[in-house]
Design a protein around this ligand. Structure first.
Ligand SMILES: C[S@@+](CC[C@H](N)C(=O)[O-])C[C@H]1O[C@@H](n2cnc3c(N)ncnc32)[C@H](O)[C@@H]1O
Length: 255
């Protein structure tokens, strides 16, 4: 098993300024995830790999009993700061998804957003999620799709550029595995892995073409209203064709 990076810090991976496509993606990814979790008062909900606890804050108004788990000391400290700033007293614990510190069948819902592809053993984490949820509960997982339409187009463009002898200006292309990831998820392997431990009963997509080389720069040159119209229209398409979307969100129920 790979070692867990206890000092992982999103400040080291996020750009200083988000392009409009990325900004839209982050917002929609959170909203789509929370919508699928559908938190209710009194429910015990676990956010696995909670990072800065953004989604805990997003769900806090629901009256659910929220708990975050996160291995990185740095992210735990960001999370506590976020919660304090927002006036919440939610528990965030240091733990990993492969060994969830709750009794079997003791939580109503688990959520894991943008994190499973950082885990040393995602399959084991899914097994743990299945064990943690009560009958009638659900797990919601949101993850980047490495077979998105944007990445497919990017691969073709960069393949042609290579044939023409044009030098690649990027250190790492967006469809190559980032150093802090352990696996490239796509529709097939995400649904396949989740179905081994639970039953995937709902799937949606979030955003399309985000991070295709040059796309964010092009959107940046357009009037804000037009950019918003384009990213929202593509997002509508992603819901119909989640296999091609930038992020896939799945809801799983126990078997
Ligand atoms: C990209 S961040 C996503 C954070 C948060 N869920 C969000 O959407 O803002 C991925 C997080 O997964 C955490 N992580 C890495 N390995 C983990 C593991 N084995 N179990 C739980 N969390 C893990 C990282 O420390 C990091 O905070």
């Amino acid at each position: 098993m790979n070692r867990v990076d206890l000092n992982w810090d999103d400040n080291e991976v996020l750009p200083d300024r988000l392009r409009p496509d990325v900004e839209f993606l982050f917002g929609r990814m959170s909203r789509a995830t929370v919508e699928m979790v559908d938190p209710h008062p009194g429910e015990r909900i676990l956010d696995i790999g909670c990072g800065r606890a953004i989604d805990i804050v997003n769900m806090s108004g629901s009256g659910a009993d929220l708990i975050g788990i996160e291995p990185s000391f740095v992210m735990l400290s960001h999370a506590r700061e976020t919660l304090k700033l927002n006036g919440y007293n939610t528990a965030v614990l240091q733990a990993i998804g492969e060994s969830i510190p709750v009794a079997p069948g003791s939580v109503d819902k688990v959520v894991c957003k943008g994190a499973l592809d950082h885990f040393a053993d995602p399959d084991r984490a899914l097994k743990q999620m299945a064990a943690a949820i009560k009958p009638g509960g659900r797990a919601v997982i949101a993850i980047a799709n490495f077979e998105s339409l944007g990445f497919k187009i990017g691969k073709i463009i960069f393949g042609c550029r290579k044939l023409l002898g044009i030098k690649n200006p990027y250190k790492r292309l967006p469809w190559e595995l980032p150093p802090d990831h352990t696996i490239k998820f796509d529709y097939r392997n995400l649904v396949g892995m989740a179905n081994r431990h639970m039953k995937v009963d709902k799937i949606t997509g979030v955003s399309m073409l985000c991070c295709t080389p040059g796309w964010g720069d092009m959107l940046d040159t357009l009037p804000a209203g037009l950019t918003r119209f384009i990213v929202k229209s593509l997002d509508g398409l992603s819901r119909i064709f989640p296999m091609l979307s930038d992020v896939i969100v799945i809801r799983c129920v126990p078997r």
